[in-house]
Design a protein around this ligand. Sequence first.
Ligand code: ATP
Length: 320
Amino acid sequence: MKRIGILTSGGDSSGMNAAIRAIARSAISAGLEAYGINYGFAGLVAGNIRKLDSSEMDGVIDRGGTLLYSARFPEFAQEQTQLKGIAQLKKFGIDALVVIGGDGSYHGAERLTQHGFNSVGVPGTIDNDIPGTDFTIGFDTAVNVALDALDRVNDTATSHQRTFVVEVMGRGAGDIALWAGIAADADAIVIPEREYDIKEIAEKINRNYANGKQHGLIVLAEGVMSAADFKDKLDEFSNFETRAITLGHVQRGGRPTAKDRVLATRFGDYAIRLLLEGKGGLAIGIHDNQLVATDIIDTLENHKHQTDVSLYDLNERVRF
Ligand code: ATP
């Protein structure tokens, strides 16, 4: 193996640059050449590919977004398009590809592997919704961005004795809502993985007001419904003033936390070490703080991300 390619795809997440840096630097330090592919699978098919040198990786570890840019390219689900991508990789003499992205991007890497092109998936998404890993790159940063916003909301909510419904990202997963919600002392965390009863939530917040709490906070995962819709339903049962906020894309940007930078560096270096050992077709992850690599096809076809719902019960015990 002489040359490896790197691309980022799907929704960006803070820490992707740290992963690109680690993959490129570990490859170069092992005597390989690293090639960056711009704009995800769209750039792959278009041949938007360039050699990366080590100095380009200076000053990127602290930057959000992705220096290789990202793209949604649904055409890559078609076999003909995938084969065009492989032809480009061969044209540039690339022997293996590292794909940093979420669930959809992993499917792209899986398809390339099925066509015989060695591809490795590195989990990069704020949603933390990929099977084969406890944590994804960008999740910790997104949680901390959401938490910062929730702390600010709590301040103004207290001043006016209001209740806020704050919608956080996560696609179909409640991980961001759980982590940010517990840390922000939310009265209720509403996630797709658990049943909820809006009347009970309203009664709980009423009780908390009666016991002297000066505000209410509901952290709502986007996979359940919008904050505006949730507020409308809550209003039917409540006699307190409620406001709805959607945090949106701020959760995807900004300086990655130390945890995301270190995780991305560990993942990126591990991907290269596995490729150097002649392994491939893998999904990189972390389980119980140990780096793990699982077969990418089996991981995607037979496993699902498991949200740690014990955190939901934890919040119910400490914020009743
Ligand atoms: P996030 O969930 O953080 O937004 P993601 O990687 O899941 O990230 P998607 O838009 O689902 O984002 O997928 C990114 C890209 O991966 C798609 O635009 C497409 O190019 C490719 N892709 C998605 N699904 C498939 C598939 N089934 N087969 C081949 N390629 C796919």
